[in-house]
Design a binder for this molecule. Sequence first.
Ligand code: PLP
Length: 411
Amino acid sequence: MKKIYMDHNATTPVHPEVLEAMLPYYKEIYGNASSVHAFGREARTAMEEAREKIAEFLGAQPREIIFTSGGTESDNYAIAGSVENAKKGNHVITSLIEHHAVLNTCKHLETHDYKVTYLGVDRYGMVDPGEVRKAITDDTILITIMYANNEIGTIEPLKEIGEIAKEKGVLLHSDAVQAVGKIPVNVDELGLDLMSMSAHKIYGPKGIGVLYMRRGTRAEPLIRGGHHERNRRAGTENVPGMVGFGKAVEIAAADMEEERKRLWGLTEKLKDGLQEQLKYVYANSHPTERLPGTINLSFDFLEGESILLNLDMKGVGISTGSACTSGSLEPSHVLMALALPVATAQGAIRFSLGRANTEADVDYVLEELPPIIRRLRDMSPLYADKVKGIETDYGPEECTDHSHHDNDEEE
Ligand code: PLP
């Protein structure tokens, strides 16, 4: 059976060149980067080279790059650390569709006398910069808005938000874990003070991330201990991870434009092909402002989980927009924030394509998925009601608007 991985937003395979670059730092150059002897110095040189590569990629200075254990830690550090350091004010602005690393950090702040505004989004997950401006008060100390959403791939208007933050003198953090390496990211152009990234989303190893911290920005360390990372993040340096991250960034930079175009073409083909063959298939991702390899589609009258399991049986790995908690199928917070009708939110699946995916992979899905959808719909009481013309609660009529077109071809 074919094995096709289309879940690159969850994680990516380590690129062979990344692995090759890392191996010597496990086998030969294994010194502690903080040691004074030659073993340590060699490791430190590799670490600083990786830092320089990452800084250059982001238009930053090497000293603004802090290595962490991943995106989650970077988000926690950026948010909790910067608000703790703020001299006055207790208000934070974020959005409803952030990753849980941001949302749960903000929720935690609320238990410590901070106030958090969770901004809503439009039907494609876009934050309105005007709403950010309106939400700012004299007490606002931090705005944290992701650059690209992991579930739907929508890219947020960060540049506009950056201009507002600068004008108002409020710190801006962005979780750019899904954006870095896929679309151009320049910290100055975006007006960012803090930015989170993670290596394993861009063919680097797991367990290594970066927090970009603009020179002059202060944040209380999250992890205390030795004097590593200029006293900002303690713990023996993960040199192989850093080297791998540096290499991953180099590889991403080398062919980003080509890869962007290629992946955009593949996801458009996938969406169009499915919408041509099936009715009631809606795109939840922004039509133009989305990550090139990500497309989130809803198949009305079905549950994303059943589609996922059936595709898994055909060797295709995707993910759903729903989180299955304690036996109940609840649409994810992201899809809930899009205010989709429940039937549409429940039938959402995410394809996230990457380097190894080809046109043939898309053709395979276009061949295998429509029969699965038809079979599942034949068993769906919601669909039976629909075809019999019985009124059911599918939510507001906007549901059809959401599709951009009412694809009426026969199934
Ligand atoms: N933020 C976003 C948008 C993500 O997609 C992820 C990964 O799932 C994270 C943060 C967490 O990153 P990590 O897995 O490196 O902790």
